[in-house]
Design a protein around this ligand. Sequence first.
Ligand SMILES: NC(=O)c1ccc[n+]([C@@H]2O[C@H](COP(=O)([O-])OP(=O)(O)OC[C@H]3O[C@@H](n4cnc5c(N)ncnc54)[C@H](O)[C@@H]3O)[C@@H](O)[C@H]2O)c1
Length: 272
Amino acid sequence: MKEDLFSVKERVVVVTGGLGQLGRQFSLALLEGGARVVVMDVQVDEKKVAERFGDLCENPNLMFVAVDITSRASIEAGLQQVVERWGVPHALINNAALDSPPNAPASENGPFETYPEDSFDRVMEVNVKGVVLVCQVIGAALADAGRGSIINISSIYGLVSPDQRIYEFRRKNGATFFKPVAYSVSKSALLNLTRYLCTYWADKNVRVNTLTFAGVFNNQSEEFLKGYCAHVPLGRMAREDDYNGAVIFLVSDASAYMTGSNMVIDGGWTAW
Ligand SMILES: NC(=O)c1ccc[n+]([C@@H]2O[C@H](COP(=O)([O-])OP(=O)(O)OC[C@H]3O[C@@H](n4cnc5c(N)ncnc54)[C@H](O)[C@@H]3O)[C@@H](O)[C@H]2O)c1
């Protein structure tokens, strides 16, 4: 095997939502592989950055840029900062997204029939329009440079329906809880954005793929874990770093012939 097949050394990689749970993991793994990592997030303040990255904040291969992905002007300004420091990026990970947390307002986690229109708009604005805008600006820069890899982060809930039975325990406890619709709709949109851009930019040597993930352990309640893990052939939620290998693969030349695909990493969730 070619020694540097999976190398990401010196690649400039933009991770949107890089301060979040998984974005941080991708950034650390890429950094460890010798990449130059641009952590883009909607709010980049010193305290949060230090909390998330500790001493690594001083690492010369790590850069933090405040970008709101729902604003084209903000993305353009962010890209300019990156280009001035490291040139046009080699890879873009569209990872920033909104989901309704379990403690969101009751209406948001209520029945489909009354799911609030403004919640739908808010989720679609970030998860779909935001990703499209980032592709229009940063993806286009990759295309102009004649190379690159775009990775759109999706979810099992964008591929199959949430299993509402998992949340039965909340309903038994008196809450009205259904995993909301907007997240699922928004995440499935990325599957075809990937295919669209794969063909659109194929002649520019920009590869575009989706990574579909299952739930990550984040100190969820025992009741939730019991229901969720029973649905996973591997019997557990993902660890925070379970997806790093796929990210390295898609940024590196090991995936040189892969575009328009969806790689599902879900512990087997969608297998039954
Ligand atoms: N954690 C999971 O269980 C899980 C499972 C499947 C898929 N995913 C997907 O993985 C990705 C990361 O999830 P996570 O759990 O790390 O989420 P997270 O909430 O921890 O991080 C998301 C990040 O996106 C940022 N963000 C939100 N709106 C933004 C905007 N307008 N502009 C720029 N940044 C913005 C947030 O500030 C946050 O840092 C998401 O796309 C999510 O759908 C997560």
